[in-house]
Design a protein around this ligand. Structure first.
Ligand code: DX5
Ligand code: ZN
Length: 227
């Protein structure tokens, strides 16, 4: 029986008030979030534009938070080095955007960062089969990427369960040595958090729920109690 991992909270700043970005990040850090989730959008792969490596670098220089960078861009290879230099601790790429996924993950790992693979709701788990050994994290999109505030797709719960089994099988075959996190992103709130954690999620990305909470520390404490 594998030990249950503690659940980590990763607030996303996508839907926060950018006029007060530093204030909100300070509040997130003080509230004890485990990491900061940074959504990078190029207006091409997804129909929205967010922030680039220069903003990430300025933020990283002013906080001790672990930076979980989620690249939603058409050509992630071109953007890897700028984000590595910006101070990212983990970079997640979408499997759908990588022509040479093994090469892209190897590049991130060789720079000393953690690497993640994101899968859109329609992308099957089988794309992970031959690259799981390079992944520190698999990100299951529980909405179609591009915007905060969308509704959670319920059929993703079964996908998370299947991924948990896939990871357990991988660990069993490799002496349990490797820890691979299951991150979920999109429509996570107090209701959906319990369902995804029950299915095996170990990192909860939360944008709207955290940024629109009356009190960020109280909201994070509530989620921790719930899961
Ligand atoms: C969506 C982004 C998410 C977004 C989640 O494409 O990847 O990280 O910020 O926002 P909520 O929690 O509001 O669904
Ligand atoms: Zn994200």
């Amino acid at each position: 029986m594998l030990k249950k991992k503690p659940v980590k909270i990763a607030p996303s700043i996508l839907n926060c008030n950018f006029f007060n970005l530093s204030g909100q990040i300070r509040e997130i850090e003080k509230a004890g979030a485990d990491m900061l989730h940074l959504d990078i959008m190029d207006g091409h792969y997804v129909p929205n534009i967010s922030i680039g490596p220069q903003v990430v670098k300025s933020l990283k220089q002013n906080t001790g938070l672990f930076f979980d960078v989620h690249l939603m861009v058409s050509n992630p290879d071109r953007m890897l080095d700028p984000f590595i230099e910006s101070g990212a601790d983990l970079i997640t790429v979408h499997a759908e955007t990588c022509t040479h996924l093994h090469r892209t993950l190897s590049h991130i790992k060789s720079a000393g960062l953690k690497a993640g693979i994101a899968l859109n709701p329609a992308t099957p788990l089988c794309v992970l089969e031959h690259v799981l050994g390079l992944a520190d994290l698999v990100l299951i999109m529980t909405v179609n990427p591009g915007f905060g505030g969308q509704e959670f797709i319920p059929s993703m719960v079964a996908k998370i369960e299947a991924l948990q089994t896939m990871i357990q099988n991988y660990q069993y075959a490799h002496d349990g040595a490797k820890n691979i996190e299951i991150e979920v992103d999109g429509g996570i709130d107090t209701g959906t958090a319990r369902k995804v954690v029950g299915a095996g999620a170990t990192i909860l990305v939360m944008g709207t729920a955290v940024c629109h909470a009356e009190s960020i520390p109280k909201f994070i404490a509530k989620i921790r109690r719930l899961v």
